[in-house]
Design a protein around this ligand. Structure first.
Ligand code: FES
Ligand SMILES: [Fe+2]
Length: 453
C-alpha cells in the first residue's frame, strides 16, 4: 500500500527517459528531490482576499530577494532601472566605479518618487522634480537648494536610503530588508545546479509584460505543473508522452523538467521514432527542409536536438555542440521563491517574473523574457523595451514568442476562469495532486512562513 506522495505515473521516470539520450545530461538533471508536503486544500481566500494581499505586502515582499533587471539593463555608470513591487519602488543603478547600487525610490526631503514606475534610462545624478535636491549615483546628497533653511540636513542624514543588491547569472536582485540573509544563501542550490550553464552570457531577445486576470500566485501556479498540458494545450500537442520530474529544494527553489519528444512505455500504442520525428518537425520547426530520417537505433530526440543545435548555431553564429539533448530540447524550469522562474534550456530559454497588482488581488503582472545565448566577446545590442500587453491583448501580438504565443493565451484563459471560479466555488480551496502539484504547495508553505514570522 503506497503512502500519500509515493505514487508516480506509470512508465518512465524523467531520469530513465533521458538515460537513453546519446549525450550525457548535466548532473543536476539526474538529481531527485521530491518530498511529500501534505494534502490539505489551499484556501481560495489566499487569492481573493484584500487582507491576505495586504499581509503579503507587509510581511513577504519587503523581505525577499527579487529580480529587478539584468545587468545588461545598466551597463554604464548612470544607467538606471526602476523596480516596483506593490507600493515599494527601488532605483537600481551603476555608479562611476561600476558598482551596482539600489536605493529606495523616494526623495529624502518630502518623499517624492525620484523616477516614475518602471522607468529606465541614463542620468548623471538623481534630481528630485519637486524642489531640486540632487543625489549622486552613490546616493549622496550633493545639492540642496537654499540650504540656509536646512541646518539640520546633510549628506550624513539625508543621502538616499540604500537597499540590498546583488547579482547572480547576469540578473540583478534587490531586497528591501537591509537585515536579510545574503542572496547566496537565498539562492540555495541554484548556483550549483547552474554551474555548467551559460546564463550570465545570455541576453534578452524578447520581453513582454502583460497584466494578467488572476492573483499572482495562481498565475505562477499555471506554470508550475505539466498536469494541465494534455487538456489545455492538447491542440498543439506532439504525440509523445512527456515525462516530468518535480523536485523541491530547501528553502526557496523547486523545479520541473519535462521531456520533449520522448516515448513513454505507458502509451497504449507508442509512436515510432520516425512518427515522433515528424510530429516534432511539424510543430516546432525549423519548418524548412525535409523532415530528417531517424537512423536505425537512433532516437528522434537525439536527431532533432542536433538539428536545433545546428540551426540555432547558424542563427546566432555560435557553437552549441556541447549542449546535451536534454538541455537542448527539454522544458527545464527552475523556480526561485517568491516570483522568479528560469529555464536554462537552449530551445526553451525563458525567464518569468510575476508581481501582484497592488490595486486588486485578482490581477497581476507577468514579465516574460526570452534570453538568447551570446558570444560575450562580441558587442551586444541593448535589451529591447518590453512590449506591454493589457488583460485582453493576445500574446500572439508578440512576434518573438513564435508558436508559444498561442500557448500562453491558453494559459491566460485558464487564469481568468480560475478567478471567476474561486469566488463561486463552494468547496473553499484548491485541491492539489501530491506529486505533480507539489511545487504549488511549496510556494504556499514558504508564503506562510513569511506571514507568520
Ligand atoms: S521632495 Fe524632493 S526636493 Fe522636495
Ligand atoms: Fe500551460
Amino acid at each position: 500500500m503506497l503512502k500519500p506522495g509515493e505514487a508516480r505515473a506509470p512508465g518512465h521516470t524523467y531520469q530513465e527517459a533521458i538515460a537513453k539520450d546519446a549525450s550525457q545530461p548535466p548532473e543536476a538533471f539526474l538529481d531527485y528531490s521530491y518530498e511529500f508536503l501534505g494534502d490539505q486544500d489551499i484556501p481560495y481566500t489566499h487569492y481573493t482576499s484584500h487582507d491576505f494581499a495586504q499581509s503579503e505586502m507587509e510581511h513577504l515582499w519587503p523581505r525577499v530577494w527579487q529580480m529587478a533587471c539584468r545587468e545588461e539593463h545598466i551597463p554604464e555608470p548612470g544607467d538606471y532601472q526602476v523596480y516596483d513591487i506593490g507600493h515599494l519602488s527601488a532605483i537600481v543603478t551603476r555608479t562611476e566605479s561600476m558598482q551596482i547600487k539600489a536605493y529606495v525610490n523616494a526623495c529624502m526631503h518630502r518623499g517624492t518618487a525620484l523616477k516614475p514606475p518602471g522607468d529606465n534610462g541614463y542620468c548623471q545624478n538623481f534630481r528630485c522634480p519637486f524642489h531640486g535636491w540632487v543625489y549622486s549615483l552613490d546616493g549622496e546628497l550633493l545639492e540642496l537648494p537654499e540650504d540656509w533653511d536646512f541646518p539640520h540636513v546633510g549628506a550624513g542624514t539625508h543621502s538616499l536610503r540604500e537597499i540590498l543588491v546583488d547579482t547572480w547569472a547576469g540578473f540583478v536582485f534587490v531586497n528591501f530588508d537591509r537585515e536579510a540573509e545574503s542572496l547566496t544563501e537565498f539562492l540555495g542550490v541554484l548556483p550549483e545546479h547552474f554551474r555548467d550553464f551559460d546564463i550570465a552570457d545570455r541576453t534578452i531577445e524578447t520581453h513582454v509584460c502583460k497584466r494578467l486576470p488572476v492573483n499572482w500566485k495562481a498565475a505562477e501556479e499555471a506554470f508550475m505543473e505539466a498536469y494541465h498540458v494534455k487538456e489545455t494545450h492538447a491542440g498543439g500537442r506532439d504525440f509523445s508522452e512527456p515525462v516530468t520530474t518535480y523536485d523541491v529544494y530547501p528553502k526557496n527553489v523547486n523545479r520541473f523538467i519535462h521531456t520533449v519528444g520522448s516515448v513513454n512505455p505507458r502509451m497504449a500504442v507508442p509512436p515510432s521514432e520516425q512518427e515522433l520525428m515528424r510530429a516534432l518537425w511539424g510543430r516546432r520547426g525549423p519548418a524548412e527542409g525535409d523532415c530528417p530520417i531517424v537512423p536505425e537505433g537512433a532516437t528522434a530526440r537525439d536527431v532533432y536536438a542536433e538539428v536545433i543545435k545546428k540551426s540555432l548555431g547558424a542563427q546566432y553564429d555560435m557553437d552549441f555542440s556541447h549542449y546535451s539533448t536534454a538541455q537542448t530540447l527539454d522544458s527545464i524550469e527552475y523556480f526561485l521563491f517568491p516570483n522568479f522562474f528560469i529555464f536554462p534550456g537552449l530551445s526553451l530559454p525563458m525567464v518569468y517574473r510575476f508581481r501582484p497588482d497592488p490595486k486588486d488581488p485578482d490581477y497581476s503582472f507577468f514579465d516574460l523574457y526570452f534570453l538568447r545565448p551570446t558570444d560575450s566577446a562580441k558587442p551586444q545590442s541593448p535589451p529591447p523595451e518590453p512590449l506591454m500587453l493589457d488583460v485582453q491583448d493576445s500574446y500572439t501580438l508578440a512576434e518573438g514568442l513564435g508558436f508559444l504565443g498561442a500557448v500562453y493565451d491558453q494559459d491566460t484563459d485558464n487564469m481568468a476562469a480560475q478567478t471567476r471560479g474561486f469566488k463561486t466555488c463552494a468547496k473553499g480551496g484548491q485541491t492539489l495532486g501530491n506529486y505533480q502539484e507539489v511545487r504549488i504547495r511549496h510556494l504556499h508553505q514558504r508564503i506562510k512562513e513569511y506571514l507568520e514570522n
